[in-house]
Design a protein around this ligand. Structure first.
Ligand code: NAP
Length: 328
């Protein structure tokens, strides 16, 4: 038996209830994992509200760490007793124990704790593919300016540090002065409070009127339009989330008028299409964390049974860095 957080229908945080679920043996290509810590992500909110539809009932959660308890037929890269962490479909990590596909489960280096592993896999691999694979036509080079929205959040604080390690001039936005300070302390070259300042005007000022090569936008509805004004000719608008609501429809002709802009909507799970690709991204993340260039800030911890409060705080923009759910 496993304790798990399930919803029976889409709705507010109150829909999440603690239930007992049966956990069987892993089938071919699967493993059974006993969790040690669980990562909280904004995608969990989209799945709870129904912005991203799922079959019901649904055990939420896309990220966790733990110990392999049983290995199904054909799984060659994991053994019973391995310390592991993952970001993976299908949802189900809000639980004490689960059976899941082994493909996206990675062995956790000894130097990385279970809590750090649970906090960083989804957010860290996202920062990895954004900064290293989601590139403008001319590529990204040391000294290039990029704009990163919600930079004091989970993905954001990792991206700030990783961008500094890559020599990029990351311009951060965040929703309070304290969050701006946090982004600066973590490697952002500039920070703009987009609740009180016109971020497009400030970006123009900071870049001497040129604009940035890439905008990384996970806020969506509220930042979309002005973000396009921050790009230099042939710049890349990389949309990867909708914390404020989905991006509204837009006219492709407006991209021409603004300077031949490119637009992409990126998703981590497309980058994780094979086990090899997932492992390569995870190895890159492990290396940058083990080197100390990227520190994983776990700024909030909630017991699994208090997950409703965790979701309320995430949606109310009260959190910074990463949040984990603990199993006591
Ligand atoms: N496509 C992908 O592959 C992928 C993968 C991982 C994450 N994501 C996306 O990346 C974003 C960051 O994820 P995360 O888990 O690390 O979350 P997070 O950044 O820790 O939290 C979301 C942040 O978005 C900002 N925000 C702006 N407007 C908001 C609004 N109306 N309501 C709530 N928040 C708002 C808030 O920061 P401020 O107060 O500073 O504005 C908030 O703290 C999310 O949009 C997520 O969906 C996408």
């Amino acid at each position: 038996m496993s304790l798990a957080i399930q919803i029976r229908q889409n709705g507010g945080p109150e829909e999440m209830q603690l239930v007992d679920i049966q956990v069987g043996d892993p089938g071919p290509g699967e493993v059974r994992i006993s969790h040690r810590a669980i990562g909280l992500n904004f995608i969990d909110v989209y799945q709870r509200t129904g912005l991203y539809p799922s079959a019901m009932p649904l055990t939420l959660g896309m990220e966790a760490s733990g110990v392999v308890e049983a290995v199904g037929e054909g799984v060659a890269h994991l053994r019973v007793g391995d310390r592991v962490a993952y970001a993976s479909n299908p949802p189900g990590s809000y639980s004490t124990e689960r059976v899941m596909p082994a493909r996206c489960v990675c062995r956790l280096p000894d130097a990385i704790s279970f809590e750090t592993g649970a906090a960083m896999m989804l957010k860290g691999m996202t920062a990895q593919y954004l900064l290293k694979k989601t590139l403008p036509v001319e590529g990204l080079h040391r000294g290039d300016a990029v704009l990163f929205h919600a930079a004091a959040g989970g993905v954001g604080l990792i991206a700030c540090q990783w961008a500094r390690a890559l020599g990029l001039e990351l311009i951060a936005t965040a929703g309070s002065d304290a969050k701006c300070q946090l982004a600066l302390a973590n490697g952002a070259a500039h920070a703009i409070n987009y609740r009180t300042e016109d971020f497009a005007a400030r970006v123009k000022e900071i870049t001497g009127g040129k604009g940035v090569k890439v905008v990384y936008d996970s806020v969506g509805k509220d930042t979309w339009e002005k973000s396009l004004d921050c790009l230099r000719p042939f710049g890349l608008m990389a949309s990867f989330g909708n914390a404020s609501g989905p991006v509204p429809p837009f006219a492709p002709a407006s991209l021409g008028a603004r300077g031949g802009l490119y637009v992409t909507r990126q998703t981590l799970f497309v980058h994780m299409a094979t086990r090899e690709a997932t492992q390569a991204m995870a190895d890159d993340l492990f290396a940058v964390v083990e080197s100390g260039q990227v520190k994983i800030h776990i700024d909030q911890r909630y017991p699994l049974r208090e997950v409703q409060q965790a979701h309320r705080d995430l949606e109310a923009r009260k959190t910074t860095g990463c949040t984990i759910l603990t199993l006591d």
